[in-house]
Design a protein around this ligand. Structure first.
Ligand SMILES: NCc1[nH]cc(CCC(=O)O)c1CC(=O)O
Length: 312
């Protein structure tokens, strides 16, 4: 490629790590020059809790503005932080292969959730994680925490909390899987739609050589599973901070999706599991994945999901 690809990123360690990893892949596959441009977002500067910021889009919007203003050509988002509504003038040009979608417990003395003492303090700001923790261990003292991944790990290593829950993918990207004391299985603890996946966003109109670079980074299986998972959120009209877990997987030609909505106190949940056979063209498959997410969400809504939990 003749021109430089400018990638916009937040300044957090996680954003820099995942942007750097994508930049390396672009350089290796295309030989293109890649420049990394730092952009500050409200989600980075605000001290309010993530749920009080409304969740949706606090990290994404400044990056999207920079894209639209032509300050950069590409941004790398954590897919789970990206609002489901499409952004005018922008497209997701590639969804690379997903990392581990599970949540992980980081606990004092390497304890598992089951082994934590009665009334132990566990930090998380996510309503979904709060509900899942309360359903398994109603005795725990759950604390709302904020901050980047290193700060959250520090709550445990500095002795302020007995444990925190974080996404395995973020820990992996920062090379911090050594602190994990337990991985929660997706069958028991489904995670946020799109967790562990990245979205590479660009302007709608891009040069053909950038489009080809992005095509080379796209991963079909990841794209189909996250399309199904994210359609659950979209159809429920739920934000990324809603107490909703969704996990899709592909087994040969079968796409399987399980979606769960929790009451915030963890005492109740609704689950819908659906499958679809994938056939036809890539566009047909995308449509089938979205339709699967819609069916799961509609079942949840007709079972009372909107009454069970605050979704938006
Ligand atoms: N909510 C913040 C956030 N957004 C993306 C990740 C990393 C995992 C991912 O890319 O899905 C995290 C940290 C976490 O949830 O522990």
């Amino acid at each position: 490629m003749s021109t430089t690809i400018r990638i916009g990123t937040r300044g957090s360690a996680l954003a820099l790590a995942q942007t750097g990893q994508i930049a390396d892949r672009i350089r290796a596959s295309s030989g293109a020059e890649v420049e990394i441009i730092s952009i500050t977002t409200e989600g980075d500067t605000s001290r309010a809790s993530l749920s009080s910021l409304g969740g949706t889009g606090v990290f994404a919007s400044a990056l999207r503005e920079a894209l639209l203003a032509g300050e950069c050509d590409l941004v790398v988002h954590s897919l789970k932080d990206l609002p489901t509504a499409p952004a005018e003038g922008l497209v997701i040009g590639a969804i690379p292969k997903r990392a581990d979608a599970r949540d992980a417990l980081i606990a004092r003395d390497g304890l598992t959730l089951e082994a934590l003492a009665e009334g132990a303090t566990v930090g998380t700001g996510s309503p979904r994680r709060i509900a899942q923790l309360r359903s398994l261990r109603p005795d725990l003292d759950i604390r709302d925490i904020r901050g980047n991944i290193d700060t959250r790990i520090g709550f445990v290593t500095h002795g302020e909390l007995d444990a925190v829950v974080l996404a395995a993918a973020g820990l992996g990207r920062l090379g911090r899987l050594d602190v994990v004391s337990e991985f929660f299985e997706l069958s028991h603890n489904p995670t946020a739609p799109g967790q562990g996946a990245l979205a590479l966003e660009t302007r709608q109109k891009i040069p053909g050589d950038l489009a080809r670079v992005l095509q080379g980074l796209d991963h079909q299986t990841t794209r189909l599973t996250v399309l199904a998972e994210r359609e659950v959120l979209a159809r429920l009209e739920a934000g990324c901070a809603a107490p909703v877990g969704a996990t899709a997987l592909i087994d040969s030609d079968l796409l399987l999706l399980t979606a769960t909505v929790y009451s915030v106190d963890g005492s109740q949940k609704l689950t819908a599991s659906h499958g679809a056979v994938l056939d036809g063209s890539p566009a047909d498959r995308n449509a089938e994945a979205i339709e699967l997410g819609r069916r799961a969400a509609d079942e949840l809504l007709s079972s009372g999901a909107a009454e069970l939990a605050p979704l938006s």
